[in-house]
Design a protein around this ligand. Structure first.
Ligand SMILES: C[S@@+](CC[C@H](N)C(=O)[O-])C[C@H]1O[C@@H](n2cnc3c(N)ncnc32)[C@H](O)[C@@H]1O
Length: 638
């Protein structure tokens, strides 16, 4: 067995050197490397890790967020202090945060630069970031306003104390021994109706087993003995009075199935008692604060309100408030009411804090899952990038969650408070910016990946609470609800790249991160930047250590997102001459030659396959599933 000498980036020295030669050949193929490209070439030699850790990353969720540290490293290697950086698809505006980070990199960040043998020039930058959505731009604007961490923490503590004084009773209960205790969360369950004898049973009773934990996807009716698939079994619906809509609505019946609580430091679980059910009934009579949004989903309401709407699990969900239990609506509404009385800018910092916890932890999208070899079910937050509600939704204690979240946000604000730079986040479309011709030194951006995530829809619930809207007209997305085909998406991308080219200095460069499993989406991207007058100078892989939910669950996904360095080039799109089989064969022999297990992963080879084509101003001619089929025939040694 070969011995492995791992360096800081996780690759062996031999493997690294071989890959260096391999990539240099790839990079030089088709065009001359300039002095400047050679200076940043080392940045594009081995995959750049983007770890999803640290307070800045976790301060506020956002789908497909990139770690600010990896973007800071890119900025510090591509620009010098005082230069202007631009991102036209800002998302949560991490590029703006990264530009600030350049002024004072923390130890871990400097160490990554050193470990990769890079020569970043740290120091304050200027940045302008455009983001279309109300949520993304509000996250960016709050972070870049660099709130005072101590002012934030003392206001948040005061508000949370007050909210608990008024509404803490909603989560107070008795433990399994009858002592006063606090509920950590409540597990609810949809109710099944046997299609043959009409007997009724909760999913909890029919399908959940503990020690070890298991949620079965089949169940057996105890009335008639008929076995059925969970997914195919009809759910019981019920008509209830919706006080916010002042009328009756039909939705899924849900039964309280388990209470998880804490007494002192002792965690416990038990079945619901009559006290818990009385509490739920009492909350039904409690007024909901006026700050709770009463907004139809995607302004449309009814059924089929968006690309993420599903006939099954969105039954009865027409408005934003239907994603919540009444208890959590009241808790969040009360906090928002208290925040309204606070002075700006601390008010924005407090809204950010509530928003950061809100849609990923406070809604019925929070759930429990069974993991292998675990005795109990595992609590998990909402799945990013979808609006999925499981048959076993969880109602978390909002106040407890916000106490915890306060610490992370205070830490993130404390980091930002120390930083310098002139950064601006604008809510708007990057198709038409107000930046002057040739004013930007460097672009770092990751446009939406086709129809992978409809950001305006995923962000809608949070925006309803924040009172910020998204004008979807220019949203670069493939969407049936928005009537945007792949060619409409391509034309929006093309306009954004043309604008990028207009504002870039002649020697300016753009790093673009992208990911797709579909050949036609890659085609749209390459046609868009080539027709805007860009070409690929270098390419690499941004290895997000844990993919977004869609990336992880999509069969045949990519390991790491291809990352392209674009420069002004007026080149025609090339037509691929070598067959995909030949390219796969070459990539496999490279993977077999290097001593890095990550390079042998089929998903990594797929990312390299895509990069190969993009480099030649073309796009992969086959979809990921076809690629994996062909790869299975190649002789990959693992
Ligand atoms: C992949 S995300 C960027 C994520 C970001 N890098 C981060 O770390 O949070 C792409 C973003 O582009 C935004 N977007 C789509 N079309 C846009 C347009 N025409 N102008 C500005 N932003 C747009 C979407 O709302 C989405 O937030």
């Amino acid at each position: 067995m070969k011995s492995r000498h791992h360096n800081g980036s996780g690759a062996s020295r031999d493997g690294r050197e071989r890959r260096r030669i391999f990539l240099k050949k790839q990079n030089r193929n088709g065009h001359q490397a300039t002095k400047e490209t050679l200076a940043v070439e080392s940045l594009y030699e081995t995959p750049l890790e983007a770890t999803r850790s640290g307070a800045l990353f976790h301060a506020h969720w956002y789908p497909t967020k990139i770690s600010p540290e990896s973007i800071a490293l890119m900025i510090a290697c591509h620009t010098k202090p005082g230069d202007l950086v631009f991102d036209g698809f800002g998302g949560s505006c991490t590029t703006a945060v990264a530009a600030l980070l350049c002024s004072k990199p923390h130890d871990r960040l400097s160490a990554i630069g050193r470990a990769r043998g890079l020569n970043p020039i740290w120091g304050p930058r200027r940045a302008v970031v455009y983001e279309l959505t109300g949520l993304g731009s509000s996250i960016g604007q709050t972070l870049c306003s660099q709130p005072d961490p101590n002012q934030f923490a003392s206001a948040a503590t005061r508000l949370l104390d007050e909210a608990e004084r008024r509404y803490g009773w909603m989560y107070r209960t008795a433990d399994d021994q009858g002592n006063e205790a606090v509920a950590r969360h409540f597990i609810w369950s949809e109710v099944l109706e046997c299609s043959s004898c009409r007997a009724i049973k909760s999913i909890w009773d029919a399908c959940v087993r503990l020690n070890p934990a298991r949620i079965s996807d089949r169940w057996k009716c105890q009335g008639c003995g008929k076995a059925a698939d969970l997914n195919a079994t009809p759910r019981i619906l019920e008509r209830t009075f919706d006080s916010l809509l002042e009328g009756e609505v039909t939705g899924k019946a849900r039964r309280l199935s388990r209470v998880d609580g804490i007494t002192g430091r002792r965690h416990w679980t038990r079945q619901p008692t009559s006290h818990d059910l009385e509490l739920v009934a009492r909350i039904q009579d409690e007024a909901v604060p006026g700050t709770v949004p009463v907004v139809p989903m995607m302004e449309k309401g009814g059924a089929a309100w968006g690309d993420l709407w599903r006939a099954g699990y969105h039954e009865g969900i027409s408005h934003v408030h239907h994603f919540y239990t009444r208890r959590n609506l009241i808790a969040l509404g009360a906090l928002c009411e208290l925040v309204e009385n606070e002075p700006k800018p601390i008010r924005d910092a407090l809204r950010f804090w509530i928003s950061s916890y809100n849609s990923s932890h406070s809604t019925l999208m929070t759930r429990v899952v069974a993991k292998q070899d675990q005795a109990d079910l595992v609590l998990t937050s909402a799945q990013p990038g979808v609006l999925y509600i499981s048959g076993l939704p969880v109602e978390k204690n909002v106040f407890r969650g916000l106490w915890r979240k306060m610490k992370t946000i205070r830490e993130a604000f404390a980091t930002l408070y120390e930083l310098k730079g002139s950064v601006e986040v604008r809510q708007g479309s990057s198709i038409n910016t107000s930046l002057a011709d040739g004013s930007v030194d460097y672009v770092f951006t990751d446009p939406p990946f086709g129809g992978n995530i409809p950001y305006s829809e995923v962000n809608f619930i949070s925006e309803a609470w924040l009172g910020r809207k998204t004008r979807i007209h220019d949203e670069a997305v493939v969407s049936s609800v928005q009537s945007k085909s792949i060619s409409a998406y391509e034309s929006l991308l093309k306009k954004a790249f043309q604008e990028m080219r207009r504002i870039l200095k002649p020697a300016g460069k753009a790093t673009v991160v992208f990911h797709s499993t579909q050949s036609e989406v890659w085609g749209a991207l390459t046609r868009a930047y080539v027709s805007a007058g860009f070409g690929v100078e270098l390419s690499n892989i941004l290895d997000k250590k844990q993919g977004s939910f869609k990336q992880v669950t999509t069969v045949n996904s990519a390991k790491g997102d291809p990352m392209l360095l674009l420069t002004r080039q007026n080149r025609e799109r090339a037509t691929a001459r070598t067959s995909p089989e030949k390219i796969i064969e070459r990539l496999v022999s490279h993977a077999n030659a290097v001593d890095d297990p990550e390079e042998k992963l089929p998903q990594r080879i797929y990312s390299r396959f895509v990069a190969h084509y993009l480099h030649r101003h073309s796009s992969p001619p086959i979809n990921a599933d076809e690629f994996y089929e062909k790869l299975s025939l190649a002789k990959l040694q693992r």
